[in-house]
Design a protein around this ligand. Structure first.
Ligand code: C2O
Ligand code: CU
Ligand code: CU
Length: 460
């Protein structure tokens, strides 16, 4: 009887963790927000940088006593932050220690196709890929992740993603928080589904969703429900929606306002006051939030549709030197009359038949040919019943209009990924400054993997 009782008891403990791991309300141990390390630049020369990144298997303890198999870059889950400056010549050695092929794509970076890390830049197990590029764009928060054909969703899900910061004279001169991990904090937001053994179950999350992967547990920088100590003053948050498919609507639990200062491709001209922020998968937003009216010791939670998934414990004294800047940068509007070509991209289909313009991705087919140096207007339509994030490689867009209306202020800067609602028509403009083969696709990774992707070739 005693033995049976013990058995029941240990089963009970297991069942509790199991329930925790699958619980929609995110009950778990409290832990501090992990801050990804800054990757060391191995080249001492100014204006030159050299980095080493290794894709590898790892393990994490997301839940007390449960070891979860993961993957990461130079570590167990996610990757280090790569920080470079505009004008810098960068070389990265990317080694694949996984047992399957992968690629490493620089999302948002303006580089030639051969350095972009798309599906054509396959790195076989045991091999090293060495992209080289010069940073040719303003300060921004970009990111990197695998782009292996049909495997992007699974590999990102297992933990492969990292941030890529560009700094420049503008970011140097702005009086905004810049102390990495202290008052300038990255938030990589991702949803996950754990099975009964606490393993990341990709298939499970796919099963009951036609909209792409959906998880019940939100991770921030690879932690469940973390907290971070915050100053009783200004904090800068660099938010990446690194989820496979989920769109977040973020708010603070005390309802307080904040200011968006940057979109995907860099600073906005002026801070935009907001009380909620929508981010689709692949999108980034930098915000300034001022906790000076929060009482010392109080906690403010960050929520998605009313559900808290991380907290800020306001317990650090602030020297109160920051205010919201009047102006951040100057963005030269691309003149519509400069556009020489207009193209249409229409999201169509559902489930495994998702497509763009009725065709699915074929690595041997070039869908669009763009003249190097030309300016084009791309018009993205959505003939499906769900919202899709449109993304293109190697280029930053300006949004001209959404259904004929000017974009909201927080989308009036550089964008490489933007949401397109059912029935919506979004017109964007860009100048194509880099040569090679590039992808455009839906950034719901399951849609991308299913073929909601095409290729454009940029050449003289
Ligand atoms: Cu973030 Cu084609 O990717
Ligand atoms: Cu990309
Ligand atoms: Cu999609």
């Amino acid at each position: 009887i005693v033995g049976g009782g013990l058995l029941l008891y240990s089963w009970g403990v297991f069942a509790t963790s199991f329930k925790k791991a699958n619980n929609d309300t995110l009950v778990t141990k409290q832990q501090t927000l992990p801050i990804p390390p800054l990757l060391e630049d191995k080249n001492p020369a100014p204006n030159k940088a050299e980095f080493e990144i290794t894709a590898r298997d790892g393990t994490m303890e997301f839940f007390e006593g449960i070891i979860t198999n993961t993957r990461g870059y130079n570590g167990n889950f996610l990757g280090p932050v790569i920080r470079v400056r505009t004008g810098e010549e960068v070389s990265v050695k990317v080694t694949n220690e996984l047992d399957e092929s992968t690629t490493l794509h620089w999302h948002g970076l303006e580089v030639d196709g051969e350095n972009d890390g798309g599906p054509h830049n396959e790195i076989k197990p045991g091999e090293t890929w060495n992209p080289m590029f010069t940073i040719n764009q303003p300060a921004a928060t970009l990111w990197y992740h695998p782009h292996q054909m049909h495997k992007t969703g699974k590999q990102v899900y297992e933990g492969m993603a990292g941030l890529f910061y560009i700094e420049d004279e503008v970011s140097d001169s702005l009086k905004i928080p810049k102390e990495y991990g202290v008052n300038d904090v990255p938030l990589i937001i991702q949803d996950r589904r754990f099975d009964g053994d606490g393993q990341l179950d990709y298939e499970l999350g796919m099963k009951d969703s036609i909209v792409g992967f959906e998880g019940h547990t939100i991770l921030v920088n690879g932690a469940v429900n973390p907290f971070v100590e915050a100053p009783q003053g200004m904090m800068r948050l660099r938010i990446l929606n690194g989820s496979n498919g989920r769109i977040y609507n973020l708010k603070f639990s005390n309802g307080q306002e904040f200011y968006q200062i940057a979109s995907d491709g860099g600073f906005l001209e002026k801070p935009v006051r907001m009380d909620s922020l929508t981010v689709g998968s692949g999108e980034r937003a930098e915000i300034l939030v001022d906790f000076s009216k929060v009482a010392m010791g109080e906690t403010v939670e960050l929520q998605d549709q009313g559900i808290s998934f991380m907290s800020f414990v306001v317990n650090q004294a602030s020297d109160k030197v920051y205010s919201i800047p009047e102006k951040l940068t100057t963005i030269e509007k691309i003149d519509e009359r400069k556009a020489t070509t207009k193209r249409e991209f229409n999201f169509q289909g559902t489930g495994s038949s998702v497509s763009i313009n009725g065709v699915q991705m074929d690595m041997d087919r070039i869908d669009e040919e763009v003249n190097l140096g030309s300016t084009e207007i791309w018009e993205v339509g959505n003939f499906t019943g769900q919202t899709h994030p449109f993304h293109a490689h190697g280029v930053q867009f300006q949004i001209l209009d959404r259904n004929g209306n000017p974009p909201p202020d927080n989308e009036a800067g550089w964008k490489d990924t933007f949401l397109v609602k059912p029935g919506e028509n979004v017109r964007v403009i860009a100048t194509f400054k880099h040569e090679g083969i590039f992808m455009y696709h839906c950034h719901i990774l399951e849609h991308e993997d299913a073929g909601m992707m095409g290729q454009f070739l940029v050449e003289p």
